[in-house]
Design a protein around this ligand. Sequence first.
Ligand SMILES: NC(=O)c1ccc[n+]([C@@H]2O[C@H](COP(=O)([O-])OP(=O)(O)OC[C@H]3O[C@@H](n4cnc5c(N)ncnc54)[C@H](OP(=O)(O)O)[C@@H]3O)[C@@H](O)[C@H]2O)c1
Length: 324
Amino acid sequence: MKAAVYTKYGPPEVVSLAEVEKPTPKANEVLIKVHATTVNRTDCGFRSAVYFISRFFSGLFKPKYKILGNEFAGEIVSIGQSVKMFRTGDKVFGYNDTRFGAHAEFMIMPETGPIATIPESLSFSEAAPITEGGHYALCDIRAAKIKSGQDILINGATGAIGSAAVQIVKSLGARVTAVCSTGNVELVKALGADTVIDFTKEDFTRIDEKFDVVFDAVGKSSFAKCKPLLKKKGIYISTELGYLSQNPFLALITPLTGGKRVLFPIPTINQADVLYLKELVESGKYKPVIDRYYTLIQIVEAYQYVETGQKTGNVVVNVPIKDR
Ligand SMILES: NC(=O)c1ccc[n+]([C@@H]2O[C@H](COP(=O)([O-])OP(=O)(O)OC[C@H]3O[C@@H](n4cnc5c(N)ncnc54)[C@H](OP(=O)(O)O)[C@@H]3O)[C@@H](O)[C@H]2O)c1
């Protein structure tokens, strides 16, 4: 089969298309013909290994698993002998950041992993970007125990995580103040934000309002700068470590003060989370934003674009290779 392969850490150009062996599912696994995947910031993080910590999961000196791609949507083409939950022909989507493998014509998933059947009305390209930004947003929203009636500020409301966060927070009945640039104001309003701040015109850290949670989905701010925006026991969450890698440390010490605090939850995902995101999609409460499409042959360009840090929502890669 064809796959986008990388054998060393580095820039987008370390990835190239190659012919590799088609995987064989074990007893508890399904083999998926991948129709659509995404290139996202998780792929970029593991590919570049800029944050050294990622190497403890992906290999200290070189990648253990040579095919990236964590989000997938496709069709099950064979199943292991003990698989009970899925059948050949099922259209499925989900997430794998343990072994990755979705930047390929075929991949395997354990049947009890983060995988579910595709919501009825969705195409493969629409289903592929449901989980990456969605589960990061969900982890942070759950950690902060966001609930109906609260006031939440979301910075970076147009990223994969931010655009999912706006919709999920709204589905819980909280009020959202979203921060983005001029060109995305209408999009963010359409996602459900009650108030939108254009960061090119106004510094959100200086507004005269108080929030239960400030969720910086692009990690561009700091607790120090956002503290004045928080209510008495308000919570600050960022998707980045912070300019001095201070956020995990602040998450340990600020809860001891009994006042405003930082959370830095370790993201997790399981099948129940995928089913929850699927339910949100089916009930019209969550629709992943898609910026643009590439093909697997254009994977390096997809990486280059995602690494500009300017994608709006998600970048989908259609996998079937037609020119063969
Ligand atoms: N290391 C990892 O494994 C990993 C995995 C996932 C995510 N993350 C981190 O999580 C963060 C979010 O990821 P993502 O995929 O959701 O992001 P993304 O999609 O790459 O975010 C891009 C969006 O961020 C907005 N943005 C850029 N600069 C901004 C600023 N100064 N203020 C407000 N918005 C700004 C841009 O919107 P406008 O056009 O409106 O400016 C753009 O639409 C990133 O920092 C990423 O590195 C890391």
